[in-house]
Design a protein around this ligand. Structure first.
Ligand code: NAD
Length: 289
């Protein structure tokens, strides 16, 4: 199988490296990045030319649409465009339509697991698109990740991703503000963790990614809130969730409020470049007003 890989940044480069290490014939293209050990083409079309599967790992939907138009024209009929970027549902569906017109298959398969997951080949993929296309790319997903869920038609992968991350953003904020309330009530943080992590308030953000340093398993809080999963990326996903909610007329007040808080944190405070769990020191430094 011949693979093209467009977008070799923080996530794409280690994902491509894992495919090359598994023996795949892979050609990459990126407008800026030149990762070691990845054979590079001069254009996206050249990387896609003759490829059975072209993977894209790009910053947003606008860039994805531009790149898709270029690579679809170069891909052989029946080839699969596997997009692993996190983009708006609309762009994912548009790219699937473009692919169909070019007699190609498209799968949207955004990931969860971050740079660590990309490096270790332990990402989770949530995929949308035809089942036969998903089956074709499954061996690649198995190398780059540890789990891949087929969620439904085109755009379903992106839909699953933004719903998951909307829960994640809301839950992280709830966990952080509860720690700050506990602090102010004189409750020891370890006691707070021991109770909540084994009670009905438990969650992934408390049990696996605890925002309080020195409590629970190792997490970015123990590394001065270096990301991890940056607050900027959480804001991106919460914005995508609100775009989708508006388009679908879904009432999502908690998602909207989480978006507003992360926007304030990243754009007006010191949240840019910090882990999304740094909401805890942010709340701790404030009172009610
Ligand atoms: P990144 O900015 O490090 O990488 C994107 C790469 O795309 C860059 O190297 C850039 O030069 C390249 N690029 C931009 N425009 C291009 C074009 N027209 N043609 C070719 N290459 C182009 O971003 P990243 O952290 O690797 O994230 C990639 C995607 O994965 C994003 O959609 C992001 O939301 C998603 N994601 C990231 C993480 C994370 O922890 N970093 C986690 C989950 C999902």
């Amino acid at each position: 199988m011949k693979i093209g890989f467009i977008g070799l940044g923080n996530m794409g480069a280690p994902m491509a490296a894992n495919l090359i290490a598994a023996g795949y014939d892979l050609t990459g293209f990126d407008t800026l990045a030149k990762p070691d050990g990845v054979p590079m083409a001069a254009t996206a079309a050249a990387a896609a030319n003759g490829a059975d599967v072209v993977i894209t790992m790009l910053p947003n939907g606008d860039i994805l649409r531009l790149v898709a138009a270029e690579i679809h024209a170069a891909m052989p009929k029946g080839a699969v465009h596997l997009d692993c970027s996190t983009v708006d549902v609309e762009s994912a569906r548009n790219v699937a339509e473009l692919a169909e017109k070019a007699s190609l298959l498209a799968v949207d398969a955004p990931v969860s697991g971050g740079i660590g997951g990309a490096t270790n080949g332990t990402l989770t993929f949530m995929a949308g698109g035809p089942k036969d296309a998903f089956a074709k790319v499954s061996p690649l997903l198995d190398i780059m990740g540890q789990k891949a869920v087929h969620c439904g038609d085109a755009g379903s992968g992106q839909a699953a991703k933004i719903c998951n991350n909307m829960i994640l953003g809301v839950t992280m904020i709830a966990t952080c503000e509860a720690f700050v309330l506990a602090d102010k009530l004189g409750l020891d943080r370890q006691a707070m963790f021991d109770v909540v992590s084994t009670s009905s308030g438990y969650s992934w953000t408390m049990n696996a990614y605890c925002p309080a340093p020195g409590v629970g398993p190792q997490s970015p809080a123990d590394n001065d809130y270096q990301p991890g999963f940056a607050a900027d990326l959480m804001l991106k996903d919460l914005n995508l969730a609100q775009m989708a909610a508006i388009a679908a007329d879904a009432d999502t007040p908690m998602g909207q409020h989480a978006r507003d808080l992360y926007a304030q944190f990243v754009e007006d405070e010191d949240g840019a470049g910090r882990d999304f769990s740094a909401m805890l020191p942010r709340f701790a430094a404030r009172g009610r007003t």
